[in-house]
Design a protein around this ligand. Structure first.
Ligand code: DC
Length: 333
């Protein structure tokens, strides 16, 4: 069982304001923690003494939280206390607790600030699957930075640029129209107004992305976009240089890796499922070539940040990797 904490404030001591604030606080707590009705054991409220027109517990019952035990109490008057404040402690049968602080109560929890999780590693290590699940569990954004380099590669392929060089690619970067959009929580990569999320997954784009991502003009542009997106909200980013270069101050850093044979098999299964005819041995060779490219390039290569936790996923299931990473995160919050 976990204790999920939260607080909010009301604009005025009126029943309507209290109903609205309590419903918003509980609904958000349930949503953020993915709770089912039967998992809520009880909900305990306390409120500052300037709130008198309605008990938060009664507001909760009116809002439909009638299946669980509810309790309200009054807080003593304290100098400097946040006025018109309602606090909640919700006990629930769940694995982890996401606390929820809304409206004026946001400032009460300085520790619940924005954070970033950096997941770096070679291709096929499982980092994107883990990143997606992690972002969902924490209800934060997932940014697939590889998709951005893939979009640059697709642009160059479409422009008929063969061997990529700074001179040939710089003008493309200067005029690049690349947007990262989210629909229903899923990342969409939009190039020149076209959704290329599928097109960038084609096998020929993978090697081209590795090549183009070695160019300084490309990395500078992409890193600037990545830092801007990560600066606006909490997020999980996966890539090659997130912990070492893009966000050196990321709160949580992991280096996710696996044997190249395992990674090749994973990519093979993935591509086969999408209907691509691929050869396992050729794929392993290409993956090893990409590893070499990505880790030996001069500017911001694939590397484990000194303070990143390494996870070798060769013999682990996704659930095991996720549990390991989640534990490491919880140890530090
Ligand atoms: O993760 P991916 O396979 O979609 O990435 C495609 C290529 O992009 C990869 O070979 C190297 C490059 N890349 C990078 O250089 N830096 C990142 N942060 C992400 C990807």
């Amino acid at each position: 069982m976990k204790g999920i904490r939260g607080a909010t404030t009301v604009g005025a001591d009126t029943p309507e304001e209290i109903r609205k604030a309590v419903k918003e606080l509980l609904d958000e707590t349930v949503r953020k923690n993915n709770l089912k009705e039967e998992e809520i054991v009880c909900i305990l409220f306390s409120n500052t003494s300037d709130i008198r027109s309605l008990y938060p517990a009664k507001a909760a019952r009116e809002a439909g939280y009638s299946h669980t035990a509810l309790y309200s109490s009054l807080e003593p008057e304290m100098d400097g206390a946040l006025p018109l404040c309602i606090r909640v402690l919700l006990l629930a049968e769940c694995e982890r607790a996401e606390h929820v602080y809304l409206r004026g109560a946001k400032g009460l929890r300085k520790d619940l600030k924005k954070f970033a999780v950096a997941l770096d590693g070679p291709s096929g290590s499982g980092k994107s699957t883990i990143a997606k699940l992690l972002a969902k569990a924490h209800n934060i954004l997932y940014l697939d930075t590889g998709a951005m380099y893939r979009a640059c590669a697709l642009k160059a392929l479409r422009e008929g640029i063969g061997q990529v060089t700074e001179e040939k690619v710089k003008p493309l970067m200067d005029g690049l129209d690349l947007r990262i959009e989210y629909k229903g929580g899923t990342q969409h990569t939009v190039l020149d107004g076209e959704d290329v999320s599928e097109a960038i997954r084609r096998p020929e784009v993978s090697m081209a992305a590795s090549d183009i991502s070695a160019l300084r003009c490309v990395r500078e542009k992409m890193v600037e976009m990545q830092r801007r997106i990560a600066g606006e909200q909490s997020c999980v980013l996966d890539g090659r240089d997130i912990g070492s270069f893009v966000l050196p101050d990321a709160e949580f850093k992991f280096y996710v890796t696996a044997k190249s044979s395992v990674r090749a098999k994973r990519r093979y299964d993935e591509l086969r499922a999408k209907g691509f005819a691929v050869d396992l041995a050729a794929l392993q060779k290409e993956i090893e070539q990409r590893d070499k490219n990505d880790s030996t390039r001069e500017f911001s290569p694939l590397c484990k940040a000194a303070d990143a936790v390494e996870v070798d996923t060769s013999d682990m299931t996704i659930d095991e990797v996720l549990a390991f990473i989640e534990n490491k995160i919880q140890e530090r919050v």
